[in-house]
Design a binder for this molecule. Structure first.
Ligand code: GCO
Ligand code: MG
Length: 404
């Protein structure tokens, strides 16, 4: 294949910040990669601009695996979200270019379609159970077959996952310091069983329900929650504990048959190797953008397939349409697909990133465009300059910092 002639980083804020790498070959093919790391965007932009882009010029655009190793092994300092997001952007852009050169959608290059479409789940939330039930109803009307449910907690002004709008949820906020939220695990645990029961009762046994505990519980608290809600038959309980220490999942697993999904903050196969090998989880939630791109995430899913662990790729709005498209191509081509997260981007974001993927009957379809099927409108992007924004932090009533 031809050589890379240009590598540029574009930072834009159409409602929220996105970092995109654009590669161009000597014969004019272009590829896009998402490098957005929520709240730490400029670190990845600088890593790419200062340390990676100069290395790419003149390289064979077709040498995807070799370029991956050149950047990963070649950095000496391995892993970590900044490094792995930067490598992911290069890798994703190279798959986009290869698809365009072959005149095929990327999923064809990955082995071809394993299913008709990519079943997705939406985010329903409400400050009260009644508002939550209305929100779930809206997703059901739109054709969703799976819905994540998050509810306000009496006594807490803000609860994780409870959005301000009907379809959009964006936790990052502008300002020099992060917003501080009050958290109480006891208050949360006293409501969640009732919340899930109300949704199951209203919508019946068919709708798949998910819930995200967002890293806030201890292993034994998580074990109790999983056990208590077993009768509501969740599709998954997400991030019950922080999972840096992979063996903590053993405690939860020993007590409950509620399926477990973790991994949205992981960036390498070494963050989940034990979780997968010991079958301590049911779904792996890494994203293309934070986990070294299509090349590395595919490797994780191949390992997972051996151990009967399925995919549940992260698809929050802080990952750009380029990342979502890449996830959809991989979702279509892996044998062990589970479910794909789909949070709607705002109309401003969709305008900056016109794309071929489309929602029909509870599924996303990546489309048949060569490559990933996403464009970056650079003129429009330039009209939305970077705006600093940060994720909130959480504290207990006595001021102790807690996992957000
Ligand atoms: C999810 C996630 C997100 C994260 C966000 C942080 O399940 O979609 O938990 O909502 O909080 O990606 O940047
Ligand atoms: Mg989550």
């Amino acid at each position: 294949m031809s050589r890379l002639a240009e590598a540029r980083v574009i930072v834009t804020c159409p409602g929220r910040n996105f970092v995109t790498l654009k590669l161009t070959t000597e014969d004019g093919l272009t590829g896009l990669g998402d490098a957005t790391l929520n709240g730490r965007e400029l670190a990845v932009a600088a890593y790419l601009t200062e340390h990676v882009c100069p290395l790419l010029i003149g390289r064979d655009a077709g040498a995807i695996e070799d370029t991956w190793r050149y950047l990963y092994n070649g950095a000496y300092w391995r892993r970590g979200p900044v490094t792995m997001s930067a490598i992911a952007a290069v890798d994703t852009a190279l798959w986009d270019i290869k698809g365009k050169a072959a005149e095929m959608p990327v999923y064809e290059l990955l082995g071809g379609r394993c299913r008709a479409g990519v079943t997705v789940y939406g985010h329903a939330s409400g400050a009260t159970v009644d508002r939550l039930l209305e929100a779930v109803g809206r997703y059901v009307e739109l054709g969703y077959r799976a819905v994540r449910v998050q509810c306000g907690v009496p006594g807490l002004a803000a609860a994780y996952g409870v959005g301000r709008g009907e379809l959009f949820y964006e936790p990052a906020e502008g300002g020099a310091r992060p917003r501080e939220e009050l958290w109480s695990t006891a208050a949360y645990l006293s409501t969640v069983d009732e919340v899930l029961g109300a949704v199951r009762e209203r919508f019946g046994p068919e709708l798949e329900l998910l819930h995200d505990a967002h890293h806030r519980l201890t292993p034994i608290e998580a074990a109790r929650l999983g056990k208590t809600v077993e009768r509501h038959r969740l599709f998954w309980l997400e991030d019950p504990t922080p999972a840096e220490l992979q063996s903590t999942l053993r405690t939860i697993r020993a007590h409950t048959t509620t399926p477990l999904a973790v991994g949205e903050v992981f960036n390498s196969i070494w963050d989940c190797e034990q979780l997968i090998r010991e079958q301590l989880i049911d779904f792996i939630r890494m994203s293309v953008a934070h986990s070294g791109g299509i090349t590395h995430l595919r490797r994780v899913l191949h390992l997972a397939e051996l151990h009967r662990v399925r995919s549940g790729f992260h698809g929050a709005t802080d990952l750009s349409p380029v990342c979502l498209a890449a996830a959809l191509h991989l979702d279509l081509a892996i044998p062990n697909f589970g479910l794909q997260e789909y949070m709607h981007h705002t109309p401003e974001t969709d305008a900056v990133f016109p794309h071929s993927y489309a929602f029909r009957d509870g599924m996303l379809h990546p489309g048949e465009e060569p490559g990933l099927g996403v464009i970056l409108d650079e003129d429009l992007a330039a009209r939305h300059p970077y705006e600093p924004a940060l994720l909130p932090v959480a504290r207990l009533a006595d001021g102790t910092m807690h996992d957000w």
